[in-house]
Ligand binder design. Structure first.
Ligand code: C2E
Ligand code: CA
Ligand code: CA
Length: 414
């Protein structure tokens, strides 16, 4: 039987009852409690398919509740709700996912009945447990070449976009495209779980072309030409020069027709080649320096931008690196994220920025999570910032609305 049993944990009686009403009106079974102890008992006995958990409660916070649920191998689909900020909600959802819980979404308070209904009806029940049968242990996600190939065919590989902004003004210069696997059963899967597999199983070319296609489409739809989806004429001047950056594995660069493929893909979407940034890590650029130099030069000649990703983590010789025709250095986030607490990180970042300046390269700091980091980057003359403080990577529709709000607020001035 596939019926929804919803269990709600919230210390606010009015909110709890409202949720219960919404669910029962939609034909679900729903229970509500404000007591963690009672909640855990109901999880055991009633075996709910869905849970709504309030993050902030007097007796026990929601994160603790979720850690306990994970320990019990809870297979229910979880909605996290709270009045705390979006960042905290996001962090809680990530932490829960890392613990192996199944998260349907977050519900920032105050919320509308409709928002709750949408989350409940769009998220299928977790493992469908037949009462009486032995509890099946939760299936774990394993990527195989076969299911990744299938995911590529059935368009489960999607792209999230993270903005890059000028440190000084906050003006958006473009977005980095980051691959995600939207799995019908396991939800959103991050690239660390499938990029290495794509590389070892010969699927990296297909994956990169898919990311490229989606990213160019995204740029063309929202930010190029008349940028119709933004709906505001005055934004078009700011948007006309936005760029999109995609990550490149060395094996994708090798085929001889690669450069032509990129040129054609841009032309089809009326995107100028300078609007596409290819990000390569220093180790991949140095894998075969002679071949890389030729290929990278061809790309630069055609107008593409090249970015040296994760800079500072490799061991290549500085001399070899600076001879490659990069246009941007991306300072690795391990240094940026620790700026405020480590004088070593500050020294590393400062010297990379001045190296970039003296070579005429744009410097980008990724992993900007705090306002103090941004202040420091401004002081030392770093050009571009990217990180959770500005925005997390978001799906297409959400990044477009983030962009509109960011512009409406006058960048940093807002
Ligand atoms: P990357 O190229 O270094 O991408 C930046 C990573 O840092 C992203 O992780 C992003 O979500 C994360 N990040 C951004 N700002 C912050 C911050 O403020 N704090 C923290 N803690 N993290 C931040 P993500 O999306 O999980 O991607 C991981 C890696 O997977 C990427 O690292 C890239 O190497 C690889 N990847 C993603 N998409 C593709 C792709 O289409 N092709 C290839 N070849 N690799 C990809
Ligand atoms: Ca990157
Ligand atoms: Ca990076």
């Amino acid at each position: 039987m596939n019926e929804t049993r919803l269990l709600i944990l919230d210390d606010d009686v009015a909110v709890g009852q409202m949720m219960q009403d919404v669910a029962t009106t939609a034909g679900m079974m729903a229970r509500y409690t404000s007591e963690p102890a009672e909640f855990f008992e109901a999880v055991e006995r009633w075996d709910p398919t869905h849970l709504v958990i309030d993050l902030r409660m007097p007796q026990m916070d929601g994160v603790e509740v979720m850690v306990r649920l994970a320990e019990k191998g809870c297979a229910a689909t979880i909605i996290i709700s709270s009045g705390v900020g979006d960042r905290v909600l996001d962090a809680a959802a990530r932490s829960a996912q890392d613990h192996g819980l199944r998260i349907a979404g977050i519900l920032p308070k105050p919320f509308s009945p409709k928002a709750l209904r949408t989350l409940l009806t769009s998220s299928p029940a977790g493992a469908d447990l037949d009462p009486g049968s032995q509890k099946s242990s939760r299936a774990t996600f394993v990527a195989t070449p076969e299911n990744l190939a299938e995911a590529l065919r059935s368009e489960q590989i999607i792209v999230y976009y993270q903005p890059k902004v000028e440190c000084l003004t906050g003006r958006v210069t473009g977005f980095e495209a980051l691959a995600r696997w939207l799995h019908p059963e396991f939800g959103l899967i991050t690239p660390d779980k499938f990029i290495p597999l794509a590389e070892s199983s010969g699927l990296m070319g297909d994956l990169t072309y898919r990311v490229l296609d989606l990213s160019l489409g995204f740029l063309a739809r929202h930010f190029n030409g008349n940028a119709s989806s933004l709906g505001t004429k005055s934004l078009t001047s700011v948007t006309s020069r936005l760029k999109v950056a995609i990550n490149m594995s060395p094996q994708v660069l090798r085929p001889q027709d690669f450069v032509e493929h990129l040129v054609d893909a841009c032309a089809e979407r009326h995107i100028e080649t300078y609007q596409l940034i290819l990000e390569l890590t220093e180790s991949s650029a140095m894998e075969n320096p002679v071949e890389s130099l030729a290929m990278l030069t061809r790309l630069r000649v055609r107008g593409f931008h090249l970015s040296l990703d994760d800079f500072g983590t490799g061991y290549s010789s500085m001399l070899q690196l600076v001879q490659l025709p990069f246009s941007e250095i991306k300072i690795d986030k391990s240094f940026v994220m620790t700026l405020n607490h480590s004088s070593e990180s500050r020294s590393v970042v400062r010297s990379i920025v001045s190296l970039g300046q003296s070579l005429g390269l744009q410097t980008t700091a990724e992993g900007v999570e705090e306002i103090e980091t941004l202040e420091y980057l401004k002081q030392i003359g770093c050009d571009i910032a990217q990180g959770y403080k500005i925005s997390r990577p978001l799906p297409e529709a959400e990044i477009v609305s983030w962009f509109k709000t960011h512009c409406r607020n006058g960048y940093w001035k807002g």
